[in-house]
Design a protein around this ligand. Structure first.
Ligand SMILES: N[C@@H](CCC(=O)N[C@@H](CS)C(=O)NCC(=O)O)C(=O)O
Length: 206
């Protein structure tokens, strides 16, 4: 059985758990990291030398980096529609997955860690505002793209929706000022209709 090592409230664990649920995979998730600790223990570092979560175990195969895990899961346990067969569609899916990691994640993480994992009197609100403005400049790119489609690649959700969808949850649920992005909001509403998204992503912000 597949094992996912990592606490449920990690955005990167959320992505993996949401993907597993969409693919109908049986998964054992083990709490690790954050208040649970264990991620700096030698036994864990042997599996994931970064000391971060998530780590996937599929039998004796071990994999870290949440987006690499997503790609592995849809390749080995998924297929169409989650893994687009067409190389151009797959390229576009990877474009959005990489965009989430290289452009969006850093800013979203600053906002989240400051507002939800830092005591109010310790918060660097200038850093929050800088990151919020940066993110507010990025989300319109996805909003424009979603103007003529229901999901990132078209009429059905694929692996491309997962990383941006997990960050969209924080974007829409954190108490921050947001530009009006109707296509993004409609897509987020469609994700919220999905049981797998509700179970693994729509958790209390903590
Ligand atoms: N690029 C990595 C980032 C992993 C990461 O930063 N994980 C965070 C949680 S979202 C972590 O392990 N933080 C330390 C902890 O939970 O103790 C991935 O996508 O898997």
């Amino acid at each position: 059985m597949i094992k996912v090592l990592g606490r449920a409230n990690s955005v990167n664990v959320m992505k993996v758990m949401w993907c597993c649920a969409e693919l109908g995979l049986e998964v054992e998730r083990i709490d690790l990291g954050g208040p649970f600790g264990g991620n700096k223990e030698p036994a864990y570092l042997k599996k994931n030398p970064n000391g971060k979560v998530p780590t996937l175990e599929d039998g004796d195969f071990v994999l870290w980096e949440s987006n690499a895990i997503l790609r592995y899961l849809v390749e080995v346990h998924g297929g169409e529609p989650w893994l687009p067969a067409d190389p151009r569609q797959r390229g576009l899916a990877n474009q959005w997955i990489d965009w989430s990691a290289t452009e969006l994640a850093g800013h979203m993480t600053v906002i989240f860690l400051q507002l939800h994992r830092t005591e109010a009197d310790q918060r660097d609100m200038a850093a929050v505002e800088k990151a919020r403005l940066a993110a507010a400049g990025l989300w319109p790119i996805l909003d424009a793209h979603l103007g003529d489609r229901d999901y990132v690649l078209g009429n059905t959700p694929t692996m491309a929706d997962i990383p941006v969808g997990a960050f969209a949850y924080r974007w829409f649920e954190m108490a921050i000022e947001r530009p009006d992005l109707p296509n993004l909001a409609a897509w987020y509403g469609r994700l919220k209709d999905r049981p797998a998204f509700r179970e693994h992503v729509l958790l209390p912000l903590s």
